[in-house]
Design a protein around this ligand. Structure first.
Ligand SMILES: [Zn+2]
Ligand SMILES: [Zn+2]
Length: 73
């Protein structure tokens, strides 16, 4: 990963995954968590080598969001 990509990569406060800052509308949340918690548009996620090549999310899900999903089922 070069310096430019590093500068654009942030760590999600919720799930701990890194993500591309430009893909999320929330300052400290990846697109997946912003969607789960606040209903923002999610990334369509295209996984390659364990990470989404679009938003860089690694598929991590926090205990809290796991709990939210459980309530929906
Ligand atoms: Zn996240
Ligand atoms: Zn994605």
């Amino acid at each position: 990963m070069n310096d430019i990509e590093l500068a654009k990569t942030k760590e999600c406060d919720e799930c701990g995954s890194t993500y591309f800052a430009s893909t999320s509308q929330m300052i400290k949340l990846c697109p997946e968590c912003a969607y789960r918690l606040y209903g923002y548009p999610n990334c369509v996620h295209e996984f390659m080598d364990g990470r989404c090549r679009l938003c860089h999310w690694d598929g991590s899900v926090s205990e809290y969001i796991r709990g939210l999903q459980g309530e929906l089922e």
